[in-house]
Design a protein around this ligand. Structure first.
Ligand SMILES: O=C(O)C(=O)Cc1ccccc1
Length: 302
C-alpha cells in the first residue's frame, strides 16, 4: 500500500481529493502544504495530494511556491471537486462572534457571513478542518468547513450548501518524485515553471513558443522569486503531454530560451476537455516535418 500525504487534518477538502486520487491507499495528514510536499521529498510518503487552483480564488500560492523550491516533484494526476461549505458550531452556541476557516473558504462565503452572521469576525486558519478543530477547542465560535468535517469533529451543523458563487470548484494534484510519467490520453495537461529574466519581452518569448505551435494555455500565474524585487517565476499550464512531439518540441524551445525551467508534470485533465489542434500543429505535422528534414540531409529529397 502506498503512503499518501495530504493537506490535513482529517476532514479537509484535500482529504476527499486524496481519497478520489488514491483510493484504498494509506492517507497521512500533514498540517501544511509545504509539509505534505516535504514528506514526499524526504521519502516519508510516496505521493502527496495538495490543492492547486480554485475557480473563484485562483491559484493556491503555497502549492506554487513549494513546487518551485527544493527538490523537483511532478504531478501525475488531478481531480476537480465541487466546493460548497458547511458552517459548524459547538453544541449550545448562541452567539457567533468569530468565524474561522482557510482564507480561500472565507473569501467564498463573505457575503453569506455578512447576511447571516452580521458582525462576526473572520479568522484565518491553516485549513478548513483546522478551523473545525479550533471551534471544538473553544477558540472560535464557527467554522466554515467541508461537509464531511462534521463526521470527524463533535460539532453541530448551522448551515449547509453555503457558497457565494454557485458551482465553485477546486483542482487538486497528486504529486510524486520524478519517475515514470502517466501515459498520454489525448486530453492531458502539462505544467512548467520558468524564472524569466527581467528584460523586455522575456515572458512574451516563452508564451510565443507555445502559441506558434498552436498549444492552448490553461493557466498562467506569476510568483515573486523572493530574491530580487520585481523578479518573477511564471507557472504555465497548457494542453498536451510531454510525450507528444509538438509538446516536446515546445519544451525544448522553452529550455533554449530559459535555462531556469522546471517540468511540473504531464497527466490526464480532470475537466475532460478535448484538445483542439491548430492546422499544422498536429503531432503528425511535427513528425512529418522532422522526417522531411532528415531525408533532405541524406540527399533523398529536396
Ligand atoms: O482547507 C481545506 O479543506 C483544503 O483542502 C483547502 C481548501 C480550502 C478551501 C476550498 C478548497 C480547498
Amino acid at each position: 500500500m502506498s503512503r499518501i500525504a495530504y493537506f490535513g487534518p482529517q476532514g479537509t477538502f484535500t482529504e476527499q481529493a486524496a481519497r478520489r486520487l488514491a483510493p484504498g491507499e494509506e492517507l497521512i495528514p500533514a498540517e501544511t502544504i509545504p509539509a505534505a510536499l516535504a514528506s514526499v521529498r524526504s521519502g516519508a510518503a510516496d505521493a502527496a495530494c495538495v490543492p492547486i487552483e480554485n475557480s473563484v480564488e485562483g491559484a493556491v500560492t503555497a502549492t506554487l511556491d513549494s513546487l518551485s523550491e527544493a527538490e523537483p516533484l511532478v504531478a501525475v494526476a488531478e481531480v476537480l471537486l465541487p466546493v460548497h461549505f458547511s458552517v459548524l458550531t459547538r453544541p449550545g452556541t448562541t452567539e457567533i462572534r468569530t468565524v474561522a476557516s482557510h482564507p480561500h473558504a472565507l473569501a467564498q462565503v463573505r457575503h453569506w457571513v455578512e447576511a447571516n452572521l452580521p458582525g462576526a469576525h473572520p479568522v484565518a486558519t491553516s485549513s478548513t478542518a483546522a478551523a473545525a478543530v479550533a471551534v471544538d477547542a473553544g477558540e472560535f465560535d464557527a467554522a466554515v468547513a467541508a461537509p464531511v468535517a462534521v463526521e470527524h469533529y463533535p460539532l453541530e451543523v448551522l448551515a449547509t450548501e453555503v457558497a457565494d458563487v454557485r458551482d465553485a470548484k477546486t483542482r487538486f494534484l497528486l504529486v510524486r518524485t520524478p519517475g515514470e510519467l502517466p501515459e498520454p490520453t489525448g486530453a492531458d495537461r502539462t505544467s512548467i515553471v520558468a524564472a524569466a529574466t527581467n528584460r523586455t519581452g522575456a515572458l512574451a518569448e516563452l508564451l510565443t513558443e507555445l502559441a506558434v505551435r498552436g498549444i492552448n494555455l490553461t493557466k498562467l500565474d506569476a510568483r515573486p522569486t523572493r530574491n530580487n524585487f520585481g523578479e518573477y517565476r511564471f507557472f504555465i499550464d497548457f494542453e498536451g503531454h510531454v510525450a507528444e512531439p509538438r509538446i516536446g518540441d515546445a519544451l525544448a524551445a522553452l529550455r533554449r530560451r530559459c535555462r531556469n525551467v522546471r517540468f511540473l508534470g504531464s497527466h490526464p485533465r480532470a475537466d475532460d476537455g478535448t484538445t483542439e489542434i491548430e492546422p499544422g500543429a498536429a503531432n503528425e505535422d511535427f513528425t512529418d516535418a522532422i522526417d522531411w528534414v532528415e531525408s533532405v540531409r541524406k540527399g533523398a529529397q529536396a
